[in-house]
Design a binder for this molecule. Structure first.
Ligand code: AMP
Ligand code: MG
Length: 475
C-alpha cells in the first residue's frame, strides 16, 4: 500500500500527527475481499503479515503519516470539541472507485481521547462491518469496512471484551463537525482553506466559481436529502445523527446504536441514551435539516462580507432541503409501489399504506416486499388493505403498467433481507466466542438483499419477541 496524506496540506490546527499505539497479538477477523476487488486492490495482499500489522496500527504503509483529525460537533444538541479520539487517518489512495480515505478505528489514544481508552471492541466493529455492507448492497452511499482485526488485548466496558480495530474506507472523513471546528476554533483563513480543500475533493466542478461556498452548501444539502430519504425508504434508523456523524460526502457513517426497523412505528428509537427520541425514525429528516443549518452557519463568513446578505443567501439554500428531501422520498416510495410516473394522488396513497402498517403493527420490510411476492401476511387479509389494494391497482392502470411489470420492478427496490438487529446480535454472539461463520453467512445474505437464496430464507423472519431493540452505547 502506498498512501498519500493530502490532509497535511491543511493548516496544522486540523490534525495532530500521532504516534502509533502498537498492540501485542493481532489476528484477522475479516478481510472484505469484495470491497478490495471493487477498489482494485488484490485481496491476497491484504492477508499478509505486513497487512495485518498495518490493520492493527503496528506499522504504517509507505509514505503514510497517521493523523487524528480535529472536529467538533453537536451531540444530542450540545456543542462540544471532539476529534478522532480512537481513530487514525492513515492516508488516501486513488482507487477504481475514486479517491478513498483509509482510517483505523479503535487504534488507541490520541490527543482527542478525553477520558476514553481509544479502543473498540470486536462486537461493535463487526456490527459496523455488517451494517455498512448491508447499506451498500441497498445502493445507499456509505463508508465501508476493509478489514477487522482482533488486537489480542482486552477492552474494559460494562464487561471485559476483546479489542478490535476496523479499517474504514470513506470518500473522506470530512464532517459537518469539521466545519464547526473551523468556525469556532480557527480563523477565517483556516476555514477558507478547509472549504477549498473540501470543494476540491468533493465538488471540484465548483472550484473556480465566485460563489462556490454557497453552491457547495447546496450540493451537501442535496446529498444529505438523498441519503436521508433513502434511509426512510428502507426503514433505517441511524440512531446518533450528531453533527460529527454527518459527512460532507453524503455517505452514511458511524454505525453505533443503529438499526433497520422491524415493526413499522415512526417513533422507533434505538439508542439507550436518546431518551427524548431526538433521533427517532420519524425525526431523521428534520434532524438532517437542523444539522445542515449548523453547516450553513459555519460558511457565512465565506459567503458574503455582509452578514445579513450571507444569511439571506444561505437561508435560501437551506430552504431547498425540505423540498429536495420530499422529492427524493416521494420518488423512492413511488418506486416501492411500482409507480414510474408522478401523480398528484401518490403522496396520499403512500400515506394510507404507512398508516395501515402502523395500525396493524406490520413489518416494514416484509410488507413492501410482500406486495410484489406471494408472501402471506396478516395485513394483507384485512378489509382496509383490500380497499387500498384496489386503489393501488387502479393507480397502476393510470400509467398503463401491468401488475406483473410493477411487481418485477418492485422486487428490485424492496429488499427481502435487511440487517435485522436480532440476527446481527446473534452473529455477534457467535463471533465473540470465536466463530465467525454466522457473520460470514449473514453478510453473504445481506449482499444480495433482493434475491433470497434458500439457505438465507430464515433471515426474512422478524424476531418473535418484538419490542424496541435497544443498543447500548460503549461502542
Ligand atoms: P462516536 O460515538 O464514535 O461518533 O464518537 C464520538 C466521539 O467520542 C469522537 O470524538 C470519538 O473519537 C470519541 N470516542 C468514542 N469512543 C472513544 C474511546 N473508546 N476512546 C476515546 N474516544 C472515543
Ligand atoms: Mg462519530
Amino acid at each position: 500500500m502506498q498512501e498519500n496524506q493530502s490532509y497535511l496540506t491543511l493548516p496544522s490546527s486540523f490534525y495532530k500527527v500521532v504516534p502509533l499505539n502498537p498492540v501485542k497479538h493481532p489476528s484477522f477477523l475479516v478481510v472484505n475481499d469484495q470491497l478490495a476487488e471493487e477498489l482494485g486492490i488484490d485481496p491476497d495482499k491484504l492477508k499478509t503479515e505486513r497487512a495485518l500489522q498495518i490493520f492493527a496500527g503496528n506499522e504504517m504503509p509507505e509514505s503514510a503519516a497517521q493523523i487524528a483529525q480535529s472536529y467538533a460537533g453537536h451531540q444530542f444538541g450540545q456543542f462540544t470539541m471532539l476529534g478522532d479520539g480512537r481513530a487514525l487517518l492513515i492516508g488516501e489512495q486513488e482507487t477504481k472507485k475514486g479517491l478513498k480515505d483509509f482510517q483505523l478505528k479503535g487504534s488507541g489514544r490520541t490527543p482527542y481521547s478525553r477520558g476514553g481508552d481509544g479502543r473498540a471492541a470486536v462486537g461493535p466493529m463487526l456490527r459496523e462491518y455488517m451494517i455498512s455492507e448491508a447499506l451498500h448492497a441497498l445502493h445507499i452511499p456509505t463508508t465501508r469496512s476493509l478489514a477487522v482485526v482482533k488486537t489480542g488485548e482486552p477492552v474494559y466496558r460494562e464487561r471485559v471484551l476483546d479489542g478490535a480495530i476496523l479499517t474504514r474506507v470513506a470518500s473522506s472523513h470530512l464532517r459537518v463537525g469539521t466545519f464547526q471546528f473551523a468556525r469556532h476554533f480557527c480563523d477565517e483563513e483556516d476555514l477558507k482553506a478547509l472549504a477549498d480543500y473540501t470543494i476540491n475533493r468533493h465538488d471540484p466542478t465548483l472550484a473556480n466559481q465566485a460563489n462556490r461556498y454557497a453552491a457547495f452548501f447546496s450540493h451537501v444539502v442535496d446529498r444529505q436529502a438523498k441519503l436521508i430519504a433513502s434511509w426512510q425508504q428502507i426503514g433505517f434508523i441511524h440512531g446518533v445523527m450528531n453533527t460529527d456523524n454527518m459527512t460532507i460526502s453524503g455517505e452514511a457513517i458511524d454505525f453505533g446504536p443503529c438499526a433497520f426497523m422491524d415493526t413499522f412505528n415512526p417513533a422507533t428509537v434505538f439508542s439507550s441514551i436518546d431518551t427524548v427520541g431526538r433521533y427517532a425514525y420519524e425525526n431523521q429528516p428534520k434532524i438532517g435539516g437542523w444539522n445542515l443549518a449548523r453547516l450553513a452557519e459555519t460558511l457565512l463568513p465565506l459567503v458574503h462580507e455582509d452578514e445579513d446578505q450571507a444569511l439571506e443567501i444561505m437561508q435560501a439554500k437551506l430552504d431547498e432541503y425540505p423540498t429536495a428531501f420530499q422529492q427524493y422520498w416521494l420518488d423512492g416510495m413511488r418506486k416501492k409501489l411500482g409507480l414510474q410516473v408522478a401523480m398528484e394522488e401518490d403522496a396520499s396513497l403512500i400515506d394510507q399504506l404507512l398508516t395501515m402498517m402502523y395500525q396493524q403493527q406490520a413489518d416494514y420490510t416484509n410488507t413492501f416486499r410482500g406486495l410484489s411476492t406471494e408472501q402471506e401476511l396478516e395485513i394483507f387479509e384485512t378489509k382496509d388493505f383490500k380497499a387500498w389494494q384496489q386503489n393501488w391497482h387502479s393507480r397502476l392502470q393510470k400509467e398503463n403498467t401491468t401488475l406483473e411489470a410493477a411487481k418485477a420492478s418492485m422486487q428490485k427496490v424492496n429488499p427481502a433481507i435487511i440487517a435485522r438487529n436480532y440476527y446481527v446480535e446473534e452473529a455477534l454472539r457467535f463471533a465473540e466466542q470465536g466463530d465467525l461463520s454466522y457473520v460470514e453467512t449473514f453478510v453473504d445474505a445481506l449482499r444480495s438483499p433482493f434475491t433470497v437464496k434458500k439457505e438465507h430464507q430464515h433471515f426474512q423472519t422478524p424476531p418473535k419477541e418484538d419490542g424496541p431493540f435497544i443498543t447500548y452505547c460503549g461502542t
